[in-house]
Design a protein around this ligand. Structure first.
Ligand SMILES: [Zn+2]
Length: 396
């Protein structure tokens, strides 16, 4: 696959994601216990033995030893059992959790992030159709790398049972982290995962903002993890673009980056959406959204889709894992590749030993949708128009 000059971020990102996954797993487990102070659940899982490498699945836990010691793979954390309210997490919200063994698998290296330069972003809110909601600015300034790592997208599965519920934006420690939209700080500090002020919390120093606007009547939250420093206080109101802290590598991560999540309705790990459908794209660039199914028209996880432009540059993504991630209300996607320069692309996928292809146009500023039906291959189509019960939110 070809790559453009730029980042060699695989391991770092991978590491970050692993952490995230660990967190997610941990969160899920820990949330099963509605006690105000988290206590280790009497689970069937050994609590401190995480080794990141298959072939043998490792038990994941909310213990402080979530980090794989060997490969530089830790990802960041995504799981945050935070109360949807602004009350301190000491009153842990009762979360439904179905504890089950989580296992590590090796992240499969994907293509290198493409391009080191991008046009300015569309002004927010950017909503070219009734179904779009690019309401958020990016949490890193446009004069620096401010796009998600290609290898650790939302929905990627880096542990056997855990998917990545956010995106990872590589950023050297000390990079200003910005509020993605106006809102109020409802969390600032350690403990987003554990619910108590614990410096070993996998998210490290983290901030949660509840935005001034929501979506379809539900609250909208953004989460910023692994910070090196926090410059805001709980209760503080922010405007989009205000500096809220600086990036770092606190928590479970092997390298500095920003873990960024979008949550709808509830400030929990289970309420995330794909940030690539919420942050405005670069001007003249577009977003590819896919529903990747099997021949029986059931969404499938982990199917690799490759998008190649006319220069031969390639972007790759796998369809979402089965758990913890959520699809967009309209697009019902299980794969998104954001930040694609407008133009002609060839999509390809190998399914059941057969290569399938589709030529599509990515339109500037727009979402382009496709569906993949297993042995029947690709179809360029948008989801059916929603029924009368679909009520687009007014622009913020
Ligand atoms: Zn992450």
């Amino acid at each position: 696959m070809n790559r453009r000059p730029g980042f060699d971020f695989h391991w770092l990102a991978a590491a970050a994601c692993l952490v995230a996954l660990c967190l997610a797993a941990c969160t899920r487990l820990s949330t099963a216990f509605p006690s105000p102070v988290w206590t280790p659940p009497p689970s069937p899982f050994p609590s401190s033995t995480l080794s990141p490498l298959p072939p043998s699945p490792l038990p994941l836990f909310p213990s402080s030893t979530l980090l794989p010691s060997s490969p530089p793979l830790l990802a960041q954390t995504t799981a945050a059992p935070l109360p949807a309210t602004e009350t301190p997490p000491s009153a842990a919200p009762p979360l439904a959790a179905s504890p089950k063994p989580l296992r590590f698998v090796y992240p499969t290296p994907g293509p290198a992030p493409v391009s080191a330069w991008r046009p300015p972003l569309y002004p927010v809110p950017w909503a070219p159709t009734l179904f779009d909601h690019f309401y958020l600015a990016r949490p890193i300034a446009a004069d620096q790398r401010n796009w998600p790592a290609a290898d650790y997208r939302y929905g990627g599965v880096f542990f056997e049972d855990v998917v990545h519920t956010g995106v990872d934006i590589p950023a050297p420690s000390g990079t200003n982290v910005l509020a993605a939209g106006p809102g109020k700080v409802i969390w600032a500090g350690y403990g987003i995962y554990r619910g108590i002020n614990d410096p070993t919390d996998p998210y490290g120093l983290a901030i949660v903002i509840r935005h001034d606007f929501g979506y379809q009547g539900s609250a909208l939250f953004t989460v910023y993890g692994h910070l090196d420093r926090i410059d805001v206080l709980i209760g503080q109101h922010l405007e989009a673009g205000e500096v809220i802290g600086i990036s770092g590598e606190t928590g479970k991560t092997t390298g500095p980056h920003l873990h960024f999540e979008v949550r709808i309705g509830n400030n929990t790990y289970f309420a995330t959406r794909n940030p690539e459908l919420w942050i405005a794209p670069p001007q003249g660039w577009g977003i590819l959204v896919g529903r990747v199914m099997d021949t029986g028209r059931q969404l499938v996880a982990g199917q690799l889709i490759v998008a190649a432009d006319q220069n031969g540059d390639k972007w790759m993504a796998r369809s979402y894992g089965d758990e913890a991630v959520n699809r967009d209300d309209y697009y019902q996607e299980n794969l998104v590749i954001g930040d694609l320069p407008a133009g002609t692309y060839e999509l390809s996928a190998a399914y059941a030993g057969v290569a399938h292809r589709l030529t599509i146009q990515i339109q500037p500023g727009m979402v382009t949708a496709f569906t993949f039906y297993g042995r029947e291959g690709f179809v360029q189509e948008f989801p059916p128009l929603p029924g009368a019960d679909f009520i687009p939110e007014a622009l913020p």
